[in-house]
Design a protein. Structure first.
Length: 255
């Protein structure tokens, strides 16, 4: 089901999105060689608590998950694409980290993700991350009244494929609102002019995921959550919650 939000709803979602942005900023600021993933999760928890916000991630258990998710932020390192579980792993210089966080405030959800290098970046990682953000911007630019879901998917996929990167099979964005996952699905590749028409008041999470090796295949790690590249190459993941409005796309999870 796709819920059309009122302008008042969008203002409330912006506040939830602001908390998400602050939590991700805290994670990025704290991330450094020697810091554990658990410490980054605690940093995000502190931001949510200070804002009086809940987490749509903590305790989340879809049908395929063996256990509820134990943290408020997904932390995916190097060959992990998404859904990385925070633990005692210590970050190393040059690690590529993708952080995905959500917040629930006054009954509304925000959801966003960032990718960055811990310490010194390898040139190939910098290019991968830059392309992930370019794909995100392309998807946002296509999120306009009168376009269709396929236009967003096509814009993202074109950036990724032209750069020679893979796009994980079966993963993409989604609607956001009173819950973290609503309709419609937003694929990271598709044909323009196809799919659901975009209307004022729709809110979606646009989230490109790129695999450096160029393949699309992945597997689920032993924890039942972390999705890793099959070829062992690195991955990047970016995301914003975006409102479709008559005045153009409005990013709700920007600082």
């Amino acid at each position: 089901m796709v819920e059309i939000k009122t302008d008042a709803n969008l203002l409330l979602m912006r506040e939830a999105g602001r908390v998400v942005a602050q939590a991700l900023a805290a994670v990025k600021e704290k991330a450094a060689p020697g810091v554990t993933l658990d410490e980054l999760d605690r940093a995000a928890r502190e931001v949510l608590a200070a804002a009086g916000a809940g987490s749509p991630f903590l305790g989340y258990r879809p049908d395929w998950a063996p256990v509820p998710f134990p943290a408020v932020v997904c932390l995916s390192v190097n060959d992990a694409i998404v859904h990385g579980v925070p633990d005692g792993t210590r970050l190393a210089d040059g690690d590529l980290l993708s952080a995905d966080c959500g917040a629930v405030l006054d009954g509304w959800v925000g959801d966003a993700a960032v990718s960055f290098t811990v310490g010194r970046a390898r040139p190939e990682d910098a290019r991968l991350i830059d392309t992930a953000y370019e794909a995100l911007e392309a998807g946002i630019a296509a999120a306009r009244v009168g376009n269709r879901v396929g236009d967003i998917a096509h814009a993202i996929g074109r950036v990724c494929r032209r750069a020679g990167y893979g796009i994980p099979d079966g993963f993409g964005g989604h609607g956001v609102g009173r819950t973290m996952h609503e309709g419609p699905d937003i694929p990271n590749e598709g044909r323009p002019g196809r799919g659901m028409p975009l209307r004022h008041g729709m809110v979606i999470a646009i989230e490109p995921m790129l695999i450096a090796g160029g393949g699309d295949h992945h597997y689920t790690a032993g924890d039942g959550w972390t999705i890793r590249t099959l070829d062992g190459s690195r991955a990047a993941h970016t995301e914003h919650t975006v409102a479709i409005t008559d005045d153009g796309p409005r990013v709700l999870t920007a600082l």
